[in-house]
Design a protein around this ligand. Structure first.
Ligand code: ADP
Ligand code: MG
Length: 752
């Protein structure tokens, strides 16, 4: 194939990222508000000019040159044919390709990538590429294709499979030394037609909208990547099968406008930093790539840059579409986008055809198909053999094995025919037995059960065969072949037309390149000395030259000032983020210092590690010491420590209460006393003397009144006094007085 050969020739030569700029028309709102257009586009020269309305009139316009530029009148198909078609062609030949849409929200990224699908004129790159790919396959000859599609989204540094069943699932990025970075568990759908792949895209878009609370906000903050993998197998002149795999990434990036971080804290700040992380990482990667001095390219800084590592400075053909708005109020964003795009122009890629990669699914498909077909033919052969064996009485047929290959193809039909034949034979046999009058019943039964067995066997064989055939059919339907209508006249004409179109576009491109080169030459040629006829002429010429150079100097100075200003703004932003993060860090440190014991902290720190793949801190599980198994300590005397009393009780009494007493002997902690003994009110000595005097006769009265004949006086007084004294000190009165049986028994102090 011509394209294939061409591609191989082009393979592994370095080429730069192709950058095109597209400016959308003024929208109704902008026109209604009377905004000025500050963007001028020269399509022929590939130049964009930008005017700053805030700067003085004398200031020169900012000029940028790109591979191609498209103004507000550009048509979707024009863009496709001129810029994207060659890239898709390369992917069909086995190159990797990437198309990025970059720019401020509302400048036409989604319009360029997806467009309006129901309107054929306004369809974007993605639907146009679907048509292109399947058209190409239909027109191909002697090739087999397998097309797969996936759709994912990166939002706040989390990857979501837009075709996955569970939309809450977050996917991880993994890396393999042979195939590079890939998304683990990302769904891939085999697509057999334009309709199928469009359906895949519709489903993905629906999921994207469902997951978002505010679709506009969400889509302007997330990156959507549609991936088409095209595998193609072709048999070369020597009959060897070659597989080429091209992967096409179609990326609709998040809006590039500055997400103000000033004044945001907590979750909002986290969100703002994360949204910008992938985009700023993309910017850093581009800077590092074109810098020439950087040895480290920070691909690992974000999910997006890791995933598209190949597209930036790797094995891929890449096109960046920088979308801009024309109105004056977008000036700042427009100039930033143009500068970004201007830098990206200088990225060098080294695309090459991916031939016979290890992970080609097409190869697996082909192998599986061959295996299934062999299985089918084996069945056919076996059956034939069986038949022959039964016919010829077990004779070995050697030639049969040689025939196997040829038979494989015809096996499908033969097999089903043989089954039908067998079915008929069995039916006839059954009828014969049933109608046979000479056979005894028992014999008849035996024959009939035999026939039944055979029938069951046949049904099972039929089933298995059908399953096998179905499997082969579905697998074959997934592999796409062209060439069915290759002789079709219109097809040929179409191809010729395409070729012509392509040539014209190539011509246009070359013209633009020549113009750009000429301009460059002109600029540098001012240095070349020329002879002048008069002094006046020389002065005039040199003044002109001086003016030109002065203007250039001014614009460079202005550019420097602008860049400085931009950097200052970025620095303030970064400083703010740093301050907020430091403050948060201090709070965490405070919590750790005050609420987590140093021992625990040390343990956690020793187990914590940073997982680069997932970009999170993790804690290793506790590793148990395996040297010697741990045993619980045993008590020296018995299984459980127990008191002597409990042991004694347990031996005489089988009450379970004494089975496991006193597991631990704990001394009681006497409580610190918090009360004082009651002391009567302090009575002045004179008063107390008076009181004593007053009380004494009463004491004697008591003695007199005591009518116990057996108690002598002195004893009675003594005992009363003793009791009084003892009561005073708060102790229990004696309960055992001589002859206490005469008194009622004391109950003692009643516990509270
Ligand atoms: P983005 O994806 O960059 O946020 P959109 O693609 O959603 O922007 O575009 C915003 C609006 O501008 C849409 O209504 C779209 O139809 C319109 N638009 C963008 N580019 C063009 C264009 N080149 N021609 C016509 N309309 C456009
Ligand atoms: Mg968009």
């Amino acid at each position: 194939m011509v394209q294939g050969a061409e591609a191989k020739m082009k393979g592994s030569t370095a080429e730069t990222v192709k950058v095109v700029v597209r400016c959308r028309p003024m929208n109704e709102q902008e026109t209604a508000h009377g905004h000025n257009r500050v963007v001028d586009i020269d399509v022929d020269r590939g130049v964009v000019e930008l005017r700053n309305v805030k700067a003085p009139e004398t200031d020169p316009k900012k000029t940028f040159t790109f591979d191609a530029v498209y103004d507000w009148n550009s048509k979707q198909l024009e863009l496709y044919d001129e810029t994207f078609r060659p890239l898709i062609d390369s992917v069909l030949c086995g190159f990797n390709g990437t198309i990025f849409a970059y720019g401020q929200t509302g400048t036409g990224k989604t319009y360029t990538m997806e467009g309006i699908r129901d309107d054929p004129e306004k369809r974007g790159v993605i639907p146009n590429s679907f048509e292109h790919v399947f058209d190409h396959i239909a027109r191909s000859s002697n090739q087999q294709y397998l097309i797969r599609a996936s759709y994912l989204e990166i939002y706040q540094e989390e990857i979501r499979d837009l075709l996955g069943k569970d939309q809450k699932n977050r996917l991880e990025l993994k890396e393999r030394p042979d195939t590079g970075v890939y998304v683990k568990d990302l769904q891939q759908f085999v697509c057999k037609s334009v309709n199928e792949i469009q359906h895949v895209m519709t489903v993905g878009n629906q999921n994207r909208a469902v997951g978002a609370t505010n679709m506009n906000l969400h889509s302007s903050r997330s990156h959507a990547i549609f991936i088409i993998t095209i595998e193609c197998s072709e048999i070369d002149d020597k009959g060897k099968n070659h597989i080429r795999v091209g992967k096409l990434n179609l990326v609709d990036l998040a809006g590039s406008e500055r997400q103000s971080k000033t004044g945001t804290v907590g979750e909002r700040l986290k969100e703002a930093t994360k949204i910008n992380l992938s985009l700023s990482a993309l910017g850093n990667v581009i800077s590092a790539l074109v810098d020439g001095k950087s040895t480290h390219i920070p691909y690992r800084d974000s999910k997006l840059t890791r995933l598209l590592q190949d597209s930036l400075g790797g094995n891929s053909k890449t096109i960046m579409v920088a979308n801009i708005g024309p109105a004056s109020y977008n000036y700042d964003e427009t100039i930033t986008t143009l500068r970004y795009a201007n830098r990206a122009k200088n990225i060098q890629n080294k695309p090459k055809v991916n031939e016979d990669p290890k992970d080609a699914i097409l190869k697996e498909y082909q192998q599986e198909l061959a295996r299934l077909k062999a299985q089918l033919s084996q069945r056919g052969v076996k059956k034939k053999k069986k038949k022959k064996v039964s016919e010829e009485g077990g004779e070995d047929e050697e030639e049969e094995e040689e025939e196997e290959e040829e038979e494989a193809e015809a096996a499908k039909d033969e097999d089903s025919e043989a089954l039908l034949q067998q079915e008929k034979e069995l039916e006839i046999e059954k009828n014969r037995i049933l109608n046979d009058q000479h056979m005894i019943e028992e014999e008849k039964d035996r024959y009939l059960t035999e026939i039944k067995h055979k029938e069951a066997e046949m049904v099972a064989a039929k089933d298995a065969q059908e399953k096998l055939l179905n499997r082969i059919k579905t697998m074959e339907s997934k592999l796409l072949c062209g060439g069915k209508n290759i002789i079709d006249h219109t097809n040929e004409q179409q191809r010729a037309l395409q070729q012509r179109k392509h040539e014209i576009l190539e011509q246009k491109k070359r013209e633009r390149e020549m113009l750009q080169l000429l301009e460059k030459e002109e600029e540098s040629s001012c240095e070349i000395a020329s002879t002048f006829s008069s002094l006046q002429a020389e002065v005039e010429a040199k003044t002109r030259k001086l003016k030109k150079l002065f203007a250039k100097l001014q614009s460079v100075k202005q550019e420097m000032a602008d860049l400085h200003e931009e950097f200052c703004r970025d620095r303030v932003d970064l400083q703010h983020t740093q301050n907020v993060l430091t403050r948060e860090l201090k709070l965490k440190a405070l919590i750790i210092e005050n609420f987590i014991s140093p021992e625990e902290k040390r343990k956690i720190l020793s187990r914590a590690f940073f997982d680069e793949d997932e970009d999170v801190w993790k804690v290793r599980p506790v590793v148990r010491q395996t040297s010697g198994t741990l045993k619980r300590p045993v008590s020296s005397a018995s299984r459980r420590p127990t008191s002597e009393y409990a042991k004694m009780q347990a031996s005489v009494d089988h009450n379970p209460r004494y089975k496991g007493e006193n597991i631990m002997v704990v001394e009681l902690d006497p409580a610190v006393r918090t009360t004082r003994d009651w002391e009567g009110p302090v009575v002045a000595p004179r008063v107390s003397a008076a009181l004593e005097a007053a009380l004494r006769p009463l004491d004697e009265d008591l003695n007199i009144d005591a009518s116990l004949a057996t108690l002598n006086h002195s004893q009675a007084v003594k005992s009363t006094r003793k009791a009084k004294g003892k009561f005073k000190s708060g102790l229990r009165p004696p309960t055992q007085l001589p002859d206490s049986s005469m008194y009622p028994k004391s109950r003692g102090l009643v516990p509270k």
